[in-house]
Ligand binder design. Structure first.
Ligand code: UD1
Length: 314
């Protein structure tokens, strides 16, 4: 198939682009290189067509979807904390980009559109695990943007018959996640600090928890979404279905890196949710999804990868 991965030079997008190439698809990537890197696509450099451009630009979006049958929309500025600092940037790079890609896809006759959603849409509702039919009440501009993207994805199915799906990712981690910004994913930061013999910063008491999901599981869910029978705008959790607190995570990272456990606690972040855990029954029913990697397996692979990398001072 001819497929497009937006944000395909980024952390999740590049893993997905690589897997799609290996599965025999013709892969095009559009990436602004705002946070994506050409180096992430090194292994498939000769097999991927890279368009450097912005998903919010309608002309660029049209060019990107030309001749494409399925779109995987991964492009975003993915930080909750950053969206609290800069809601307009978050809006532009999340819902505006999603709508622009959907509209370009519709005009060009794209059949299938798979959207990278987020567990942040649930907010702090007390019931765990989160099921897709539960209330959504995001706590940050980022979560609002991801929820708005979901609604666009759903109405493009009902209005225009596009086969669409939202995959609600739960805290994805793995190789290539960039630890270099204060807004980077917590696992990439904890590993980087520990490997440098520094003390990780924990926002709040560290008892908040997440359903950390290894990136290969997310790739599996996307590949399954390409094969799944009729899709009509559903939203589906993609996770491991195991809840790990930050202090537990820190112990795991200490163990894998061979470093003593230490932590410097700072004030809790605004917009942070307390606990997150997914029910993944719907993903299994709709996509045949089951996480191939548990949290520990993923953590081991991830630490092994960071050991091979030059690490930035953070
Ligand atoms: C993450 C993703 C987001 C995704 C969401 C749901 C990132 C950067 N964000 O948001 O895209 O939609 O999951 O899947 O991957 N923390 C520390 N120290 C640090 C950094 C973070 O203690 O140095 C804490 C945060 O305050 C938070 C937790 O770790 O409580 C997780 O933070 P983060 O990795 O930024 O992810 P989420 O905000 O959960």
């Amino acid at each position: 198939m001819n497929v497009l991965v937006t944000g395909g030079a980024g952390f999740i997008g590049s893993h997905l682009a690589e897997a799609l190439v290996r599965a025999g698809h013709r892969v095009r990537v559009i990436d602004s290189l705002f946070s994506g890197k050409r180096a992430n696509l090194e292994a498939v450099r000769d097999d991927v067509e890279l368009i450097e451009g912005d998903c919010t630009n309608p002309e660029t979006a049209s060019r990107a979807v030309e001749g494409i049958e399925a779109v995987f929309h991964e492009a975003a500025v993915p930080s909750v904390a950053r969206s609290v600092k800069d809601p307009l940037l978050s809006h532009q790079t999340n819902p505006t980009a999603t709508l622009t890609m959907l509209e370009a896809s519709r005009n060009s006759g794209v059949r299938r559109f798979v959207f990278a959603g987020s567990s942040s849409v649930y907010g702090n509702s007390p019931t765990l695990p989160k099921r897709e039919d539960m209330e959504t009440r995001p706590l940050s501009p980022y979560g609002v943007g991801k929820l708005s993207g979901e609604h666009y994805v759903r109405v493009f199915a009902s209005l225009f018959g596009m086969e669409t799906l939202t995959l609600r990712y739960f805290n994805v981690f793995g190789p290539r996640q960039d630890p270099g910004s204060p807004y980077s994913g917590v696992i990439s930061r904890f590993i980087t600090w520990m490997l440098q013999g520094k003390t990780p910063v924990v926002y709040g008491d560290g008892e908040q928890s997440r359903d950390f999901t290894y990136v290969a599981n997310v790739v599996d869910a996307n590949l399954a979404a390409l094969e799944a029978a009729a899709l009509g705008g559903e939203a589906v959790n993609v996770a491991t279905s195991r809840r790990v607190s930050l202090m537990e995570l820190l112990r795991g990272v200490a163990r894998e890196t061979g470093q003593p456990l230490r932590a410097q606690h700072e004030r809790e972040r605004a917009g942070d949710i307390r606990h997150s855990l997914a029910d993944i029954g719907k993903a299994e029913r709709l996509l045949g999804y089951r996480p191939r990697y548990g949290f520990e397996d993923g953590l081991r692979e991830t630490v092994a990868w960071y050991r091979t990398q030059p690490l930035p001072a953070i």
